[in-house]
Design a protein around this ligand. Structure first.
Ligand SMILES: NC(=O)c1ccc[n+]([C@@H]2O[C@H](COP(=O)([O-])OP(=O)(O)OC[C@H]3O[C@@H](n4cnc5c(N)ncnc54)[C@H](O)[C@@H]3O)[C@@H](O)[C@H]2O)c1
Length: 221
């Protein structure tokens, strides 16, 4: 049994993660931390093997450092925090850190396909659309998609466009433009359950990752 703690357990994603962990074979929900539940992360670290963090940009780095210092592996979905500082913390630790800006398989495939398309149609624009409670913009997924497209030789026009509206969950479109043609690819997470198979996979694999710091669900597939 892998003992799992959830940080941000009372949030939109945290609640979905608690449910997914309870339903998953071989995982045990062993701690729920969230200020709204009156439980600090530090109070649950003694009884868990892995922490899943879906909190807010301002506290994610502090949470990651606390997990790693306690020898607890961390799976982080929070976006908009300093990844280079997280990398430094992981590299100084024995525990592993896995971060994914998007745990939905469809979004990961969008990123993969975008890199292939960029080799032939480099000019593109990224539009990301999220619910109006999202704190960071552009989204972590959009920033990662842009990085990967640029690394594949594409030219992502700036700025990335961020739409925030009630009714949305998490959506992204990449439009490639060539002579006399465009190609659009789009992913829509219409339910937070879309992220859960990726989160459960990361919880199962994090302890055995070859590196102390890993970014991207594609590394686990
Ligand atoms: N990686 C992905 O696939 C993915 C998918 C969706 C959302 N996200 C990201 O996940 C994060 C959470 O999103 P959400 O919609 O669930 O937000 P939310 O506001 O619903 O939940 C955040 C929760 O974190 C709690 N929190 C605040 N400080 C804390 C602390 N110090 N310790 C523990 N908990 C604390 C809050 O009380 C709240 O319940 C955001 O950064 C969002 O961008 C990532």
């Amino acid at each position: 049994m892998i003992r799992v703690g959830v940080s941000g357990a009372a949030g939109r994603m945290g609640e979905a993660v608690c449910e997914a962990v309870e339903e998953a074979d071989g995982l045990e929900l062993s701690g729920r931390a969230d200020p709204t539940l009156g439980t600090e992360l530090g109070e649950i670290l003694g009884g868990v093997d892995v922490v899943v963090d879906f909190t807010v940009p301002d506290v994610a780095l502090e949470n990651v450092r606390a997990c790693l210092a306690a020898g607890v592996h961390a799976v982080v979905g929070t976006t908009g925090f300093d990844l280079e500082a997280a990398r430094a913390a992981a590299e100084a630790s024995e525990a592993k850190l896995f971060v994914a800006p998007n745990f939905a398989i469809g979004a990961v495939l969008l990123m993969e396909v975008s890199q292939q398309i960029a080799r032939h149609m480099p000019e593109c624009e990224v539009i990301e659309l999220h619910h109006d409670k999202k704190l960071d913009a552009p989204s972590g997924t959009a920033k990662r998609t842009a990085e990967l497209i640029e690394a594949a030789g594409g030219n992502v026009h700036q700025p990335i466009h961020s739409v925030r509206l009630p009714g949305l969950v998490a959506h992204q479109e990449v439009i490639f433009g060539g002579v006399g043609q465009t190609l659009s690819i789009r992913h829509d997470s219409i339910d937070r359950r879309s992220f859960m198979p990726g989160v459960v996979l990361a919880v199962r694999k994090v302890a055995d990752l070859p590196d102390r710091f890993t970014v991207g669900l594609e590394k686990l597939l």
